[in-house]
Design a protein around this ligand. Structure first.
Ligand code: HAM
Length: 420
């Protein structure tokens, strides 16, 4: 029986991986321009981190985590998201004792046990940024602008940025009470999970995908009407600065996001042609998470972009993105002696940082040319007994058809010049 990949996972074959690399290059360049350093944390963490960080009564923790007991009887979880691990690393490595802010980015796989569908996978990849140690509205705008800039550079169109504020520990309790009252009065309109959550964590009722619940919650009081002065001022400043940078946005008063750590600013970027899974980027402030994870009182903000969704939206639109050099040499070789020479030559080309390959299947010359075409070789070097005897080879440009006679001793020089 053939073993298949687990449901909700993807294989990236070389052609797709090449696209991923182009996207990753844009990301890394942009992060460099914005002065964000890359962080790599483990793909699994102690389960407690996500229970405490993301929140016990969120969809992620209640239903979607890959949690298991390891051989040492510890409960560990494949990371469902990157913020809690970054905050854990910030605290554990005492990055708070450096001059702040700390600006980090990551690219890597995340795991959520959800029902797979287009744009929703059980292993998916996120590009995320996190800024710790600064609560200025200008930082919120910098973070949002980084996401917007990335999409611009990738050439994405038809995106919409939605923002909201979910308040802080000072103003949210009063709102929560109001929301609880509303939910209590309208309990019959909500599903069993929402009814349960209405008591413990009423904000999470906004995450329910059930259409009846969605309808009922749309009439509920909105958190933005309950913001304290500090939160309201912060929100207004964010809006003002977005306008200053000419970043278009819409306020979505229902945008509370599905993770418990958010405070004040929340935002999402939606792509028109993504269908049901339209969120390509989501983020917000989490000013209490560092403390929650055992560190000093430190504000934070960040976002994550779903790379698979990005790939989907880009579809075949990659031409403008920089790729690795396209020159690729293929050595067509005929006969035992030529084969040995070809092996030496391939080695030499590669030692000179040139992409090179040769036939290993004892194919006919015609079939070797066919294969060279199939792997997109830019140039073919023909090496047979005649060439060995005369000390020079023919190098054919596969695009233009031009053929040059080149001395064997001069091949590297010739190929290097094609590159420059
Ligand atoms: P999130 O909204 O859960 O936020 O995920 C961010 C993005 O990851 C989504 O907008 C989507 O593009 C992608 N994504 C999420 N789940 C899946 C899935 N099952 N399959 C494919 N793509 C998916 C977070 O994860 C927060 N940590 C973001 C953040 C960073 N907030 C502050 N800092």
């Amino acid at each position: 029986m053939v073993i298949k990949r687990p449901r909700g996972t993807l294989d990236f074959l070389p052609e797709e991986t090449e696209k991923l690399q182009r996207i990753e290059k844009e990301i890394r360049d942009l992060c460099l321009y914005y002065n964000y350093g890359e962080i790599r944390t483990p793909t699994f963490e102690h389960t407690e981190l996500f229970v405490r960080g993301v929140g016990e009564t969120t969809d992620i923790v209640e239903k979607e985590m890959y949690t298991f007991t390891d051989r040492g009887n510890r409960s560990v979880t494949l990371r469902p998201e990157g913020t809690a691990p970054v905050v854990r690393a910030f605290v554990e490595n005492k990055l708070y004792s450096n001059m702040q802010p700390t600006k980090l980015f990551y690219i890597g796989p995340m795991y959520r046990y959800d029902r797979p569908q287009a744009g929703r996978y059980r292993q998916f990849h996120q590009f995320g940024v996190e800024v710790l140690g600064a609560d200025d509205a200008a930082v919120d705008v910098e973070v949002i602008s980084l996401a917007v800039k990335l999409f611009e550079r990738l050439g994405l169109k038809n995106l919409s940025l939605y923002i909201n504020s979910v308040g802080c520990l000072d103003c949210r309790p009063a709102y929560k009470e109001e929301l609880k009252n509303y939910l209590k009065e309208n309990l019959q309109s909500f599903c069993a999970t929402c009814r349960e959550r209405s008591k413990q964590n009423p904000l999470r009722v906004f995450d329910c995908k059930n259409s009846e619940c969605k309808k009922a919650i749309s009439q509920a009081p909105r958190v933005i009407s309950y913001l304290c002065n500090k939160c309201l001022n912060h929100f207004n400043e964010v809006c003002e600065m977005l306008e200053l940078l000419e970043i278009k946005y819409l306020v979505d008063e229902m945008l509370v996001r599905g993770l418990d750590y958010y405070t004040s600013t929340t935002f999402e970027i939606l792509a028109e042609n993504l269908g049901a899974q339209s969120a390509i980027c989501g983020g917000g402030r989490y000013d209490k998470l560092v403390e929650e994870c055992g560190g000093p009182d430190t504000p934070g903000i960040g976002f994550a972009v779903g790379i698979e969704r990005l790939l989907y939206v880009l579809s075949s639109n990659y031409e403008h993105l920089e790729s690795s050099p396209q020159q690729k040499f293929f050595i067509v070789n005929v006969g035992e002696e030529a084969k040995k020479e070809a092996a030496k030559l391939v080695n030499k080309l590669r030692d000179n940082n040139l992409s090179a390959d040769m036939d290993h299947m004892n194919r006919s010359v015609k079939a070797q040319f066919k294969f060279a075409n199939r792997i997109n070789s830019s140039h073919v070097i023909i090496l047979g007994e005649d060439e060995l005897a005369s000390g020079s080879v023919t190098i054919k440009d596969m695009k233009t058809g031009r053929e040059d006679k080149v001395e064997i001793n001069n091949i590297i020089n010739y190929c290097n010049n094609i590159y420059t």
